[in-house]
Design a protein around this ligand. Structure first.
Ligand code: ASP
Length: 309
């Protein structure tokens, strides 16, 4: 009998215990091999309806939630705000109430405003998953990152993880810096002063990349989130690369077998050297994508279990 997951929604990392996180990672693990089979068909969500409400652009997250739901047999419907009454000024809550009246069994919400999925969850009659909200959180990204670290490094506890780049605007950093310490990893935040958060929440901060990645087991690179910046970042992208771009030469300062990660979309030649990103011995970027489908299958399965029983 699988352990019950004591949460209705997955909106952020704060409410999750280490056991909850490990439970989700263990649930995700078998879906990786499943995804490598020719026939990727499971029927446990058959008859259930999954709505994906992506108010902001997405490549990996939207597509992998759609693939995840379909591989589990759900009927997946994607709401496109661009062609909807959101354009006519319908509010988020009215949109959520309207879609909720169509009786989905699970909803995935991405929005450029922090807190939007939480607002939807308050009026939803079904579990809600945060697919990324503003600069706040992206919990399934942190889960897939943890799964990737566990598989590539054999453990999470005791790892030193340097998260580098635009930390201030990154919801990926927002979720990872909460999740990783719960599993016993040490997090460092590395970036230009203007792109570090006001509150590092206990993590060590570095403004020098070479210092920040020294002896790190995992180096997680993030892009500059220009769409979330009110202030313009001074300097050119070439300057940024010179000071904060990860290259093979720089990676020598990290632990000898350090793993490179990036949630995507990446800007080759800005925060990361293209050849390093493509090197499967050093970079886990495509593992992150593969593991993302598995994590999202686990999340959809676990959150809809109560409804299916
Ligand atoms: N894809 C990630 C996100 O949605 C990272 C990024 O956009 O830089 O937050």
């Amino acid at each position: 009998m699988p352990r019950p997951f004591p949460h209705r929604h997955l909106l952020g990392i704060d409410p999750l215990s280490a056991e909850d996180i490990l439970f989700l990672l263990d649930e995700a693990e078998p879906w990786i091999d499943f995804g490598r089979q020719a026939r990727k068909e499971d029927r446990r969500l058959a008859g259930l309806t999954q709505f994906n409400l992506f108010f902001e652009n997405s490549t990996r997250t939207l597509f992998s939630f759609e693939v995840a739901g379909k591989r589990l047999g759900a009927q997946v419907a994607n709401f496109h705000p661009g062609g909807s009454s959101v354009r006519k000024g319908e509010s988020l809550i009215d949109t959520a109430l309207t879609l909720n009246a169509m009786r989905p069994d699970v909803m995935v919400v991405r929005h450029n405003e922090s807190g939007a999925p939480q607002q939807v969850a308050e009026v939803a009659g079904c579990p809600v998953v945060n697919g990324g909200d503003g600069t706040n959180e992206h919990p399934t990204q942190a889960l897939l990152d943890a799964l990737t670290m566990r598989r590539r490094k054999g453990r999470i506890e005791g790892l030193t993880v340097a998260i580098c780049g635009d930390i201030r605007h990154s919801r990926v950093a927002g979720s990872n810096r909460k999740l990783l310490p719960k599993l016993g990893a040490e997090v460092r935040l590395v970036g230009p002063p203007a792109l570090l958060p006001d509150d590092a929440g206990g993590a060590a901060t570095f403004t020098d990349l070479d210092e920040g990645i020294k002896d790190a087991d995992v180096v997680m690179m993030l892009r500059i989130q220009r769409e979330r910046m009110e202030e313009s970042v001074s300097g050119t992208l070439a300057d940024f690369h010179a000071r904060y771009g990860l290259t093979y030469a720089r990676l020598d300062r990290a632990a000898p077998d350090a793993l490179v990660m990036h949630p995507g979309p990446m800007n080759r030649g800005v925060e990361i050297e293209g050849a390093l990103a493509d090197d499967p011995d050093r970079s886990a970027i495509l593992d992150q994508v593969e593991n993302g489908v598995a994590v999202r299958m686990a999340v959809l399965d676990v959150l809809t279990r109560a409804r299916r029983e």
